[in-house]
Design a protein around this ligand. Structure first.
Ligand code: ATP
Ligand code: MG
Length: 565
C-alpha cells in the first residue's frame, strides 16, 4: 500500500498521461454516496447577475453541473440577486445563454435568491427569538472599530443585549422602512472574541432603500451574502455547495446559520481554487471597467475572456470544457498558462474545421505562360486528416495572390519561399518560378511575373524534382475581399515591473484587404475555418453584413504549449 504522498504523485502522473485529472470533490462525494445511497446529489451554480460570465465561471459551471451529471444528480441555476444595486436583466439573460451554450441544462430549476426574501426574513425572526440575532444601532464605522483585529478580540456592541421584544420590534420597523440607510443593521450574535473575524457578530441584514430588479420596492432591508447563501442552498435541497476558496473562512458562518436555523440535512460547502489564467482577467469588476471605458467594444468583444467574448472569437464549448477537465479541481491556487486553453481549441478544431486558403496581405502574381481566360478547378480535400469532410473545387488561373511575406527580393540564406529565380510549390496546384519583379514609383514590389510547369500538377505523381517551399494562394479573379481581425492578449507582461501585467494597447490589428478562396462565400456568422499557415478563424457574428464577412482570428497555428512541457 502506498502512502498518501506517493499516491498523489501517482495520480498526477496518470493524469498527465491520460488527461484525466483527479478531483478531490468527487472523492468527498463518493464517501457521501456510500453513507447516503438513497440521496440524490444536488448542486447549484449561483452567479450574481452583475456582469457577464468569464472563463473562471466556466470552470465553476463545469464543476457544478459536471458533478451533478457524474452522479446522476441535479444542478440548479440560481441568480444570487440579493444585492439590489448592481444587478441587471441584461446580465441575467447573458448568463442563461452562456450556461446553455456550454451545454448544460437546469431544466425547470431556474431560481432567484430574491424569491426567498420572505423566507430569509422568517428565519431572521427565528434567530431573534432564539436570542441569536440583534438589531445594532452602531454606525458602519463604529462596527468596524468594535470588530478588533486578527490579533485582538473585538468588543461587544452596547446594543448586543437588547431584549428579544425590542429586537423584534426594531427589526420589523426596519422592514417597514422607518429608518435611514445605514442607521441600523441586524447582526448574528455569535462571538466577538472568535479568532475568525467572520464570526464576530456578522451583519446579516442592512437597510437599503433601493429598487430591486425582481422585487421592486417591496423590500428595503436586504440580507447579506453569508446569511442568505446557506439558506438558499437549504431551501433548494442542495447537498453540496461548491464554491471558490475565498469562502473557506466563511464556512463556519455558513454552518452556523444552518445550525441555528435548525435546517435538517444541511448542505455541505466545499471550496476549490479559482481559475487564474495568464494574460486573462477573471474579475467581473475589472472586465466591466474595460467595457465602461470603451477599451473593448462590449462584453462580447473577441478579446474579452468572457464566455460571450470567447464564443464570438470562435471558441467552442467542447474546447472550453476540455480545458476545464484538464486543469482539474484542486484546493491550491495556481495560474494556468493560456497556451493550454489555446491548445484545447486547436485540438478541438483540428478535425472539425475545413482547411482553406486565405491571403491576408496580398501580392499579385501573374503566371505569364498560363493561358489567359483559362480556369482550372482543382480538387482539394477539406481536411486531410478527416476524409469524412469531403472535398471542394478551388479555381486556379493566370493571376493569383500570394502573401507579401512569401516573397523577398534579396533573401537571406535558408529562405525557401519565392525570390527571383527560385521555384516553389503552390499548394494543391503547380510549381512556379519567379522571373520578374515589378515595382511602383516608390520602389515597392507590386507584382511578380512567374512561369509555371504544367508537368508538376499536384496529384499527378510528378517526381522530376523537388522544391523546398510551399505557398498558399488565391485566384485573383475568384477571390473574395474581406476584412480579417488579428488579436493579441489585452493583458501582457509589463517589462518594467517584473511579474506585473499591463494593458496591451495594440491588441487589435485590422486587415482590410484580404483575399479568400471563393468557397468561403458560403460562410455564415460563427463558422470556423483553418486558414492554411495562419491559424483558425471564425466569421464574426456582429460586424458581418450581407455582402461582407469579417473574420476573427481565434488562434494562430503555432502552439507554444507542447514545447513548454
Ligand atoms: P468575480 O470576482 O469575477 O466578480 P464572483 O465570484 O463575484 O466573480 P459570482 O457571480 O458570485 O462572481 O460567481 C458565481 C460562481 O462562480 C461562484 O460560485 C464563484 O465562486 C465562481 N467563480 C467566480 N470566479 C471564478 C473563478 N475565477 N474560478 C472559478 N470559479 C469562479
Ligand atoms: Mg461573488
Amino acid at each position: 500500500m502506498k502512502n498518501n504522498n506517493e499516491k498523489t504523485e501517482m495520480n498526477k502522473n496518470i493524469s498527465e498521461e491520460s488527461n484525466v485529472t483527479s478531483n478531490f470533490i468527487h472523492n468527498i462525494i463518493d464517501e457521501y454516496v456510500e453513507a447516503n445511497p438513497d440521496n440524490k446529489i444536488h448542486t447549484r451554480f449561483p452567479p450574481e447577475p452583475n456582469g457577464y460570465l468569464h472563463i473562471g465561471h466556466a470552470k465553476a459551471i463545469c464543476i457544478d453541473f459536471g458533478t451533478a451529471e457524474k452522479y446522476n444528480g441535479l444542478c440548479n441555476l440560481r441568480f444570487d440577486d440579493t444585492n439590489p444595486t448592481k444587478e441587471d436583466e441584461e446580465y441575467v439573460n447573458s448568463i442563461k445563454e452562456d450556461v446553455k451554450w456550454l451545454g448544460f441544462d437546469w431544466e425547470d430549476r431556474l431560481f432567484y435568491a430574491s424569491d426567498y426574501f420572505e423566507k430569509f426574513y422568517e428565519y431572521a425572526i427565528k434567530l431573534i427569538k432564539k436570542g441569536k440575532a440583534y438589531v445594532d444601532d452602531l454606525t458602519p464605522d463604529e462596527i468596524r472599530g468594535y470588530r478588533g483585529t486578527l490579533t485582538e478580540p473585538g468588543k461587544n456592541s452596547p446594543y448586543r443585549d437588547r431584549s428579544v421584544e425590542e429586537n423584534l420590534d426594531l427589526f420589523e420597523r426596519m422592514k417597514k422602512g422607518e429608518f435611514e440607510d445605514g442607521s441600523r443593521v441586524l447582526r448574528a450574535k455569535i462571538d466577538m472574541a472568535s479568532p475568525n473575524l467572520n464570526m464576530r457578530d456578522p451583519v446579516i441584514y442592512r437597510i437599503f432603500h433601493a429598487t430591486h430588479h425582481n422585487t421592486g420596492d417591496k423590500w428595503c432591508i436586504y440580507p447579506m451574502y453569508d446569511y442568505a447563501h446557506p439558506l438558499e442552498d437549504a431551501i433548494e435541497g442542495i447537498t453540496h455547495s461548491l464554491c471558490t476558496l475565498e469562502f473557506e473562512a466563511h464556512r463556519p458562518l455558513y454552518d452556523w446559520v444552518l445550525k441555528e436555523c435548525e435546517i435538517e440535512n444541511p448542505p455541505r460547502q466545499i471550496e476549490f481554487a479559482r481559475l487564474n489564467i495568464t494574460n486573462m482577467i477573471t474579475s467581473k469588476r475589472k472586465l466591466k471597467a474595460f467595457v465602461d471605458e470603451e477599451i473593448v467594444d462590449g462584453w462580447d468583444d473577441p478579446r474579452m475572456p468572457t464566455i460571450s467574448g470567447l464564443r464570438r472569437r470562435g471558441y467552442t464549448p467542447e474546447a472550453i470544457k476540455d480545458f476545464c477537465e484538464r486543469i482539474g479541481v484542486a484546493k491550491s491556487e495556481s495560474i494556468v498558462d493560456i497556451a493550454l486553453l489555446e491548445h484545447c481549441l486547436r485540438d478541438d478544431l483540428k478535425l472539425k474545421a475545413s482547411r482553406v486558403m486565405g491571403v491576408l496581405n496580398p501580392l499579385k502574381v501573374v503566371i505569364t505562360n498560363y493561358p489567359e481566360g483559362e480556369v482550372e478547378y482543382l480538387d482539394v480535400d477539406n481536411n486531410q486528416e478527416n476524409p469524412e469532410m469531403g472535398s471542394r473545387k478551388v479555381p486556379f488561373s493566370r493571376v493569383i495572390y500570394i502573401e507579401k511575406e512569401d516573397f523577398m527580393e534579396n533573401p537571406p540564406k535558408k529562405y525557401f519561399r519565392l525570390f527571383p529565380g527560385n521555384e516553389v510549390r503552390l499548394k494543391n496546384a503547380y510549381f512556379v518560378k519567379c522571373n520578374e519583379v515589378i515595382k511602383d514609383e516608390n520602389g515597392e514590389v507590386v507584382e511578380l511575373h512567374c512561369t509555371y510547369d504544367p508537368e508538376t500538377k499536384s496529384g499527378s505523381g510528378f517526381t522530376g524534382r523537388k522544391v523546398k517551399g510551399t505557398l498558399h494562394w488565391v485566384s485573383a479573379e475568384h477571390a473574395i475581399d474581406t476584412e480579417v481581425r488579428l488579436y493579441d492578449y489585452i493583458m501582457i507582461e509589463d517589462e518594467e515591473n517584473e511579474g506585473e501585467m499591463k494593458q496591451n494597447l495594440n491588441s487589435l490589428e485590422v486587415l482590410t484587404n484580404c483575399k479568400l478562396e471563393p468557397s468561403l462565400s458560403e460562410a455564415k456568422p460563427g463558422d470556423k475555418f483553418q486558414f492554411l499557415r495562419h491559424g483558425y478563424f471564425c466569421v464574426d457574428t456582429k460586424n458581418a453584413t450581407e455582402d461582407k464577412c469579417v473574420f476573427n482570428r481565434i488562434v494562430s497555428m503555432k502552439s507554444s504549449w507542447k514545447k513548454k512541457k
